[in-house]
Design a protein around this ligand. Structure first.
Ligand SMILES: Cc1cc2nc3c(=O)[nH]c(=O)nc-3n(C[C@H](O)[C@H](O)[C@H](O)COP(=O)(O)O)c2cc1C
Length: 209
């Protein structure tokens, strides 16, 4: 009952998975933006993503889900309970089942390894399983791949996922808003993700505004 009351304090949860592609800042900023928009955020961070975060940012994040949630709550200014984290093999987590999974999941950034696993239904860890659930339940699934150049394998997986209803939103920021900082480039992509989720934001003006 306490959990029901707590959940009602926030807008519906969005699942955010960070995997080991370059561009950890996109995922971390997305969590901040969802928190700022009042959403509950359910987070999974792969082992490789922890390595990328340590390489690309000065953000120190613990691996254990409970401690990770505390750290993300602190850095994103979330309220208690607004961010929840799940471990690699936490098969009892709500995201592992169609009856508990949120209506939207974003994999940001998405490694080509996870892209491949999702396209083929591998479900070898909780991130892959949660994406598999999103596909089978016809929920919103957004993948933000980052690799260059793309091989035929990557492109075929992206095409297959698009045909299954997922959105492929490459980490390829535009420059027509005249970015002055890395943060501006990061916000370009995060704004696009929020647009896809139908979540209001002020990260950047929409085209024509
Ligand atoms: C610093 C660093 C940067 C990486 N950048 C990329 C990348 O941009 N794209 C990618 O697909 N893989 C990248 N990788 C490789 C993936 O992390 C690796 O394939 C890993 O197995 C992915 O696992 P995951 O999908 O479970 O996170 C990078 C690895 C490291 C350590």
């Amino acid at each position: 009952m306490a959990e029901v009351r707590q959940a009602a304090r926030f807008h519906p949860p969005v699942t955010v998975a960070l995997t080991g592609a370059s561009g950890a800042q996109y995922g971390l900023r997305l969590i901040e933006a969802l928190v700022a928009a009042g959403h509950e955020v359910w987070v999974m961070i792969s082992k490789a993503a922890h390595l990328v975060i340590a390489t690309e940012t000065d953000v120190a994040l613990p691996a254990r889900p409970e401690r990770l949630a505390e750290a993300l709550i602190r850095r994103s200014g979330a309220r208690p309970g607004q961010v929840r984290c799940f471990g690699r093999e936490d098969w009892m987590a709500p995201v592992a089942s169609g009856s508990g999974a949120p209506s939207s999941m974003v994999i940001c950034p998405c490694s080509t390894g996870t892209l491949s696993a999702v396209a083929t239904g591998a479900s070898n860890n909780l991130i892959e399983r949660a994406a598999d659930v999103a596909l089978k339940e016809r929920r919103r699934l957004i993948l933000v791949p980052r690799e260059t150049p793309f091989s035929a394998i990557h492109l075929e997986h992206m095409l297959a996922l698009t045909r299954m209803g997922a959105v492929i939103l490459p980490a390829a920021p535009g420059f027509y808003h005249q970015p002055r900082s890395v943060e501006d480039l990061v916000d370009f992509i995060v704004a696009r993700i929020l647009n896809q989720l139908g979540i209001e934001h002020r990260l950047m003006p929409r085209w024509g505004e």
